[in-house]
Design a protein around this ligand. Structure first.
Ligand code: PEP
Length: 251
């Protein structure tokens, strides 16, 4: 069975509420004519309620940019899966490179977020990727293996929709430098094989693996034509209606 593509926009810490509503509205309209792929957006936490209202009745999936593992409690600054579900979030980014490298999130924290999301029925998008030093030092596959295995430790994956993986080379995020299609496909094939060692083969073969790192209207088609690339996680270009719409409509 072919994997259903997923185009995901990560808005990071951008937009006012008014801008977010307008952007979400346009994305909902731009997605209305696509039925063979999923479209997702992850606005800032503070905009989720407003964006959820705008997306009501549309096909666009609402996601959060992070997620706590507990339902409630003394976790200052965190948002619980139950709270996110109240807004209609069904997906959550976990372990984005900015969480790992700017905020120091470890594989063990990321694993808690993954298992917490799964427990409450939210699909986590586990982001993994190497730095430029790691790539140049020949450590890319080792880093991907560690981040994936530790991130998914004890994760109960009973079907492919329970999880999405995103390969995002850190050196390609927000830099305008995209991995070559060969580099991206090679990393995705490695991750696919790894997933088949961690989960049942028929589930692993259906898990979607997104590529992220300076995806834009000019490179999306060739990336999406790679065997193991099942979608895109898009930062900068997700904030520009024309660009994101073109990415959603990749060939
Ligand atoms: C991201 O935020 O995950 C990302 C890939 O950003 P950009 O598309 O801007 O590189």
């Amino acid at each position: 069975m072919p994997r259903r593509p997923l185009i995901a926009g990560n808005w990071k810490m951008h937009t006012s509420i008014a801008e977010a509503k307008e952007l979400a509205q346009t994305i909902a309209r731009a997605s209305a004519d696509v039925s063979d792929r999923d479209v997702m957006i992850a606005p800032p936490f503070t905009h989720l309620a407003a964006v959820a209202d705008v997306l009501a009745g549309s096909k666009v999936i609402l996601a959060s940019q992070n997620i706590c593992w507990e339902e409630k409690g003394a976790f200052t600054g965190e948002i619980s899966p139950v709270m996110l579900k109240e807004f209609g979030c069904s997906m959550a980014l976990v372990g984005h490179s900015e969480r790992r490298h700017v905020f120091g999130e470890t594989d063990s924290i990321i694993n808690k977020r993954i298992t917490g999301a799964l427990k409450f029925g939210i699909t986590p998008i586990l982001c993994v990727g190497e730095t430029i030093e790691e790539r140049e030092g020949g450590k890319t596959f080792g880093v991907l293996e560690t981040q994936t295995k530790k991130g998914l430790l004890n994760a109960e994956i009973t079907n492919a929709d329970r999880i999405v993986v995103a390969y995002e080379p850190v050196w390609a995020i927000g830099t305008g430098k995209t991995a070559t299609v060969e580099q991206a496909q090679e990393a995705h094939a490695f991750l696919r094989k790894l997933l088949s060692e961690l989960f049942e083969k028929n589930i692993a073969s259906q898990i979607r693996i997104l590529y992220g790192g300076s995806v834009n209207p000019d490179n999306v088609d060739v990336l999406m034509n790679q065997e193991d690339i099942d979608g895109a996680l898009v930062g900068g270009a997700a904030l520009k209606v024309g660009s994101f719409s073109r990415i959603i409509h990749f060939n």
